[in-house]
Design a protein around this ligand. Sequence first.
Ligand code: C5P
Length: 201
Amino acid sequence: MAFTIAIDGPAAAGKGTISRAVAAHFGFAHLDTGLLYRAVGVRMLEGTDPVEAAATLTPADLERGDLRGAAAAQAASRVATIPEVRSALLDFQRAFARRAGGAVLDGRDIGTVICPEAEAKLFVTASAEVRARRRHAELRAAGSDMTYDAVLADVLDRDARDRDRSTAPLIAADDAVLIDTSAMDIAAAIAAAITAIDARR
Ligand code: C5P
């Protein structure tokens, strides 16, 4: 039986951590849809037309080691404004969402565009400063020497581009449960997500 959990929200709000924990808790498959846009973004940086890259994405593209960095994130948010890129990635995400056995998808437009019929929708957010602090710590741990100010600028820049684009802008679905993780630790955020999803089951 299909059961879709849609988890949307801005960059570095904790969607990834929450999504992985929720998927493990319910025994569902998980898709980080940001990786699709990051993979298209890095192929664009290498000179491939982004629409062509989106139409020909392979599993190997999603396993590249350079998808988590700031360059890939910025390129992702640029290709994500192109309607043809978004439509080329639609069928794969929709099929994943409705797979038998349950699915968790995290991104920007899962509850609004990819799977408006999702049984449970969460919108995970946090202040820009908290998100930048968390992302800065992650990047530092991975060996990056990016400053906090540069990470904050990246987060604000991507927020603006994601919210202001005309196709599938970042916005909470009307029926999404809002989880603000600004003052929560990871365990509290995961618990809040599981409680909200249990209420829909
Ligand atoms: O979630 P993540 O930070 O990996 O996403 C990278 C970029 O991909 C986002 O800034 C956004 O522009 C884009 N994206 C999107 N729709 C999604 C997931 C990601 O537009 N469902």
